[in-house]
Design a protein around this ligand. Sequence first.
Ligand code: NAD
Length: 477
Amino acid sequence: MSQPSNEPSFRESVDLMFNRAVRLMDLRPGLEEKIRVCNATYTVRFGVRLRGEIKTFTGYRSVHSEHMEPVKGGIRFSLGVNQDEVEALAALMTYKCALVEAPFGGSKGGLCVDPREYEEHEMEMITRRFAYELIKRDLINPAQNVPAPDMGTGEREMAWIADQYKRMHTTDINGAACVTGKPINAGGIQGRTEATGRGVQYALRAFFRDDEGVKKANMKGTLDGKRVIVQGLGNVGYHAAKFLSEEDGAPVVCVIEYNGAIWNDDGIDIEELKQYITEHGTPEGFSGGQFFEHGENLLERECDILIPAALEGVINLSNANRIKAKLIIEAANGPVTAGADEILRDKKTVIIPDMYANAGGVTVSYFEWVKNLSHIRFGRMQRRQEESRHQLIVDELERISRDTSINWTLSPDFKEKYLKGAGEMELVRSGLDDTMRLAYDSMAQVWHGREDVTDLRTAAYLTAIGKVAASYHAKGL
Ligand code: NAD
């Protein structure tokens, strides 16, 4: 999606937002520059023999900050990948990890490739070769740099990368922790695929528990009944749209894809639409709503919550004035440019910033990394013990009821829920919910507590930069 040429680049946008926040801080001389700059970017060009010729690909791995190691950040496959973008995304990872207290520095990778152009076995060759180039330089390593999925990549690519690492480090017992977002049968964790979309849902729930924030957005009530527009029905957008519409009563009235959009005033059946797009490659012809060829115009329609979940720069100087949503939650990284951010702030539109909104992915990646290093599934030791202790209480309550003729009974529904010990999925969701609530509270405290902070993004940057600065301070810098 093209941005007006008078707009700063994505990286400049991130820097502008960073600078806006540090002006309100009292950092030691030079520390501001140290935190802002990207430490290193490695560019790799490699050839793969495909369809009878050698095709050359360009990829990047950027390390923004090593105040904590390993550094962490996704790998993106897209034709739009460039050094500027990868560095901006790596910087966002530093702030994101700090905000949600995931003990990592920030990194990001990208490969200029359109995965839709290649067969599965060709993508495997390309991914393995890219991984080889990064692994041999320790740019993929459980102790130093741990990638994850991003746009254009998923479980499949992460499994190839993990396998490539193990082939090159056959005696590394912690090899599985070299990358997160793997399938369960290759060392993954329950709930990772849905994690970023689930995190968007938890972030919105946290927002709607904050009465002062809801008032600032000129809204009322809970998530129930709020009308939602989602851009991008990929991993993040699909899960966020599905959970909000199916579990929180928030109808998704519009889904925008790169090749058209669907509108339905009564709410779209997300599962049906997803299946339709998977089958036909386009939303055109879907019977559950009206089709629009030029989807991006629908970003400007009336709704309560706008969820850009596709790519950066989609809300920019050319359309910010016409955005009508009261609340924007940045499920994608950098969907609102610095210029648009200013316009929307003036309009009193509340923006839940990317560094918080999509932190569910890295949070559950952190859990996966810990699982891989501890070599045991979460819940394996305590689940049955927890169940038997709960059974003791239930048995005792039922005995008291019988012996004293108090005459009450525990409902079967309560008993079933209470007696079920937490498995990995329940623990992952609980850890994610806790993380999203605590991070929201830390931002909201700054947002509501300081007169010079008028928006959540600045509050998020202040909180995150404060934590990075504290790490440097502890190292004696
Ligand atoms: P994805 O590749 O699974 O999905 C992207 C979706 O956006 C696809 O359905 C694609 O067709 C659609 N799309 C592409 N261009 C579009 C356009 N111009 N208009 C409308 N739709 C368009 O990617 P994803 O993993 O869901 O990532 C989406 C965003 O979320 C990215 O900004 C990514 O950096 C961010 N993010 C992802 C994760 C994760 O765990 N996957 C974590 C944090 C942040």
